[in-house]
Ligand binder design. Sequence first.
Ligand code: ZN
Ligand code: ZN
Ligand code: ZN
Length: 542
Amino acid sequence: THNTMKLKTLLFIAASALTCTMAKAGQQVARPKLVVGLVIDQIRWDYLYRYMPHYGEGGFKRLLKQGYSCENTRIPYVPSVTAIGHTCIYTGSVPSIHGIAGNNFVKNGQKVYCTDDATVRPVGTTSKAGYMSPRNLWVTTIGDELRMATNDQAKVVGVALKDRSSILPAGHNPNGSYWFDDATGGFITSTYYTSKLPAWVKTFNAQKLADKYLSAPWNTLLDKKVYTQSTADRTNYEDGIQPGVEATLPLNLPALRKQYGYGILRHTPFGNTITLDMAKAAIEGEALGTDSVTDLLAVSCSSTDYIGHQVGTNAIETEDTYLRLDRDIAAFLNYLDQKVGRGEYLIFLSADHGASNNALYLTDRRIPAGSWDSDGAKRYLNEAVNAAVHTSGNVVSHVMNNQVFFDRKAIAAQGLDFDRIKAAAVQRLEQDSAVLYAVDMAKTATSALPDEVKFRIINGYNRERSGDVQIVLKPGFSAHGLKGTDHGAWNPYDTHIPLVFMGCGITPGASTRQCYMTDIAPTIAALLHIQAPSGCVGQPIF
Ligand code: ZN
Ligand code: ZN
Ligand code: ZN
């Protein structure tokens, strides 16, 4: 009977694939009923394989088996951080063009958070988590294009714990964008989108799933003995999932909830579970994938990143998070099979960035690594600049995103020579033993840098919003402390990401030919026969 089942399944897949491609011969354009983008925050490409022995059949393994895997997908810019990653996936564009120059960047001389918008109001909460919109984004997303291509008949929805991971993928004109609110334990939005929460979101929040997921301890899914891909549960390399929390499993979540509130959910694998619950609620609430007009659901699982930062890439907590996510993805794919139909939807899985190995973990293995002090750098840069142009102005305003930001207004007001200031900063940085290169952003193209580094700096440099000097640290070095991990650099550990397409229009397979994160949006555009987003620089993957 097992073989009969298998045969039935195969026939079913074949039949579904036929429906999906047959439309080509008819009058209608062949399109899936639903496109699902599934971005896993901080998942490195190698995690697909590293934890495979304990993955089930229906999650990551199913995607690799039934989908097409672009095994050598790289991020084509720095800094490789969350807001930029999510933006680039859905726009096919880069920070120099799309305007999202970091999670935080400088706008009109002020440091801002990427999706902050004081002109809107929270909806579904009174907390400040709702003052958000996509207004800092300068280009369209694939969802914006899909809406226009279908005369607004397509529905587009974004869902994530992190506001930026829902708002930026959903774009300027979606039907909704929802993110998690620590104050209420529910999903919220802002007046940019609507004046009140839709009934289905209220119903979802009334289920109090955050309470449910925080009512029991977080123990390992499997026997601790089988977590052979991780170091011991308590090492020097990890912090607790929150400062002051023990870095071992099981964790007493009911007690942590009392201490930290609902926000602690973000730092557990169940933050991913509730996100996929909300994704299902969105499919039902907005009737996504129910008619011949293609809809788009942009989902991002953020807990992998919160956990990764604290415990690093070698912790049992991280391994357990991926094993649990694998089960959650399997259930989600099953749900899509039932609800939308096998072969009727197109799903892609990717990441916004990867993560480096913990610096102490590396040095314990005699691999060069270390922590770099960006505050210390800001101090020495101001001293060097003050000396070079004979001022006491401290015109270095921020060192963030591995970039040096200058107070351009003060420089102009004092009539200081900006080129000399930048040259002094570059010279001083290159005396720092952790710095590989420092580059005046305006001169990157003519600097003696390897191409792999050069094009990423140019793509990442937004003339209005980025810093004016880029710092490239030596491999293994980051501004993160000595516990856990970070990301943001050009190196393979931060920029080699998974990319798997599965479903309608996709022939199973794999390729190691290099492609880029910015190729995702034009590939979706090509599959849907719609216009690529307005700032797209990528190429469709064939
Ligand atoms: Zn991220
Ligand atoms: Zn641990
Ligand atoms: Zn992160």
